[in-house]
Design a protein around this ligand. Structure first.
Ligand code: NAD
Ligand code: LMR
Length: 327
């Protein structure tokens, strides 16, 4: 039996937390032979901490063989202690009529403190995945606080967008979901994101040779994926939760699976024309568990370049807006 890894989760009693923790404890995130200790962090609010107690009771009641311990705390210094993975979910979700960037002022501040504490107390091999919105910029804020952990360990989630895009292409082409491959998300987790359909394949053929309606690809397809979060809020009255938790399972599972190719928001370092210091979605290949290399060199046509320029502009504006939060 492997020794357990410590997985810290913020916002553990929230909507996403409720769909996420049971998947982690069942082995879906780290594999069926990897025991875990869950370190559950909630805001210091009585109601949230009480709800967390209930979630921990339910985790106990599942009798998951891989779950070797549960920590419940509102103290991030306790919750992130020796954590190998820090899953930063805890933050306000947006409501109807808001954009994710509207959350920056309130949520950004959370990631200053958490970035500092993670850097101080998490394990030497700690990896951080940010879900709380606006995820790319919150991730950048957290990473900017770190002096010990390198920036590439901080990733933000655009996997939900990749999953959404894959499904939309499969539906349009009338094929099974698994026939669609290599659809990657560039840029911000916001309506400006770019699902690069020109590189996708359907049953091994270029997606653009199967779906020849380029007006649909450039218009409704990009819009549907970009605005899917708002559509779910309008329908459910709450932001996506189960699909977001599922995407985080996919994000981390792919990051610990060598050879996996998937979309992750990472420090751009100037790749694909993004500003060097923003966190932008792009395709990566996992090299060793937890480490990855960015796949460079996908050719971009004029349409793709204009979409990337627009999402980069938004990321740069968000960065300027939180300049005082960046160390
Ligand atoms: P929620 O309100 O149901 O739960 C959030 C939880 O976080 C609450 O229990 C709250 O008490 C807790 N929390 C707040 N501040 C905290 C802190 N400083 N430390 C620890 N916990 C804290 O919200 P949710 O639906 O679970 O969504 C959480 C976040 O994820 C939101 O910002 C939402 O917009 C975002 N989200 C991102 C994606 C994505 O694809 N990146 C998808 C869906 C949702
Ligand atoms: C989503 O994409 O569903 C989430 O980011 C929630 C939101 O605010 O859209």
């Amino acid at each position: 039996m492997k020794s357990p890894i410590r997985v810290a989760v913020t916002g553990a009693a929230g909507q996403i937390g409720y769909s996420l923790l049971f998947r982690i404890a069942s082995g879906a995130m780290f594999g069926p032979d990897q025991p875990v200790i869950l370190q559950l962090i909630e805001a210091p609010i009585e109601k949230a901490l009480k709800a967390l107690e209930g979630v921990a009771m339910e985790l106990d009641d599942c009798a998951f063989p891989l779950l070797k311990g549960i920590v419940q705390t509102s103290d991030p210094a306790v919750g992130f202690k020796d954590a190998n993975w820090c899953l930063l979910v805890g933050a306000k979700p947006r409501g109807p009529g808001m954009e994710r960037a509207d959350l920056l002022k309130d949520n950004g501040a959370i990631f200053i403190g958490q970035g500092k504490i993670i850097d101080a107390v998490a394990a030497d091999d700690a990896r951080i995945a940010v879900v709380g919105n606006p995820a790319n910029t919150n991730c950048m804020i957290a990473a900017s606080q770190a002096k010990r952990l390198p920036a590439e360990r901080f990733t933000a989630m655009v996997r939900l967008d990749q999953n959404r895009a894959q499904t939309q292409l499969a539906k349009k082409a009338g094929v099974d979901l698994t026939a669609v491959k290599d659809i990657f998300i560039y840029g911000n987790h916001s309506p400006t994101m770019f699902p690069a359909f020109a590189h996708a394949t359907i049953n091994g053929a270029p997606a653009t040779s199967v779906i020849t309606d380029s007006a649909w690809l450039q218009g409704p397809f990009c819009e549907t994926v970009g605005k899917r979060g708002a559509a779910i809020i309008a329908a459910r009255g709450l932001s996506s939760a189960a699909s977001a938790a599922n995407a985080l399972v996919d994000h981390v599972r792919s990051l610990v699976t060598p050879g996996a190719i998937h979309s992750v928001a990472v420090k751009s370092e100037g790749r694909y024309g993004f500003d060097a210091n923003v966190w932008a979605g792009m395709p990566v290949r996992t090299t060793t568990p937890g480490s990855y290399e960015v796949i460079e060199g996908y050719a971009m046509d004029d349409f793709a370049k204009s979409k990337i320029a627009a999402t980069n502009k938004e990321l740069a504006e968000e960065r300027a807006f939180v300049a005082s939060m960046i160390s």
